[in-house]
Write a protein that binds this ligand. Structure first.
Ligand code: CO
Length: 208
């Protein structure tokens, strides 16, 4: 992408929007009321709004390498707090994607400097599901399965937050685990059994 073309593109986009609705931007500036918090990977190929058919104002978005939810990451924790407590979203989505470079890096032995502690969270997911993952002999299938299990574990991490537990109790907030298949363009719902996970982990992680 040509960096010099960006402002030109922006001007055409403004004209396009105003042509369809002259109060588009004045309406947009009134505030946001999104229903969904989306936590996904920073990968440039996973264009959140585009793959979901969402419009500005629909989705509150947080992206980082390999869609991680780490309890010592002030950024993701603040995003969850703001979205759940203040914007009062009713759905939290963790969306991974097949062929995720972060997940791939965590499957290989390499010292990647400052990335080590971040990627170690994914190595921990591998260890939690080692029996299942080691039984998959096809490397590509194993890689894809780790992407899915990572999404599942990050959903569990979302549920560990007190704000999320409170919103579940007060207004039945739901956590969803999805995977975007870059190979086909398909968005896949992993159908994570949210009530079952709540039941299983709440004995340990219940905060409220
Ligand atoms: Co990725």
């Amino acid at each position: 992408m040509d960096i010099k073309k960006i402002f030109e593109n922006n001007r055409s986009w403004i004209n396009e929007k105003l042509k369809a609705d002259e109060s588009y931007f004045s309406n947009l500036s009134k505030g946001q009321n999104p229903e969904i918090l989306y936590i996904g990977c920073s990968d440039s190929r996973v264009t959140v709004e585009e793959i979901m058919g969402a419009n500005p104002g629909d989705v509150f978005v947080h992206r980082n390498i390999a869609n991680m939810v780490s309890n010592i990451d002030l950024s993701s924790m603040s995003v969850i707090d703001y979205a759940v407590t203040h914007l009062k979203v009713n759905h939290v989505v963790v969306c991974g994607h097949y062929y995720c470079g972060g997940v791939k890096a965590a499957m290989e032995p390499a010292d990647l400097g400052v990335l080590n502690p971040w990627l170690r969270n994914i190595r921990d997911v591998y260890r939690l599901h080692q029996t299942e993952l080691d039984s998959i002999l096809n490397e590509d299938e194993k890689y894809k399965r780790l992407v899915e299990l990572n999404v599942q574990e990050q959903c569990v991490n979302v549920i560990k937050a007190a704000q999320v537990q409170k919103a579940y109790k007060d207004r039945n907030l739901t956590v969803h685990g999805w995977v975007f298949d870059i190979h086909s363009g398909k968005l896949i719902d992993l159908k994570i059994d949210f009530p079952k996970i709540m039941e299983d982990i709440m004995r340990i992680y219940k905060l409220i």
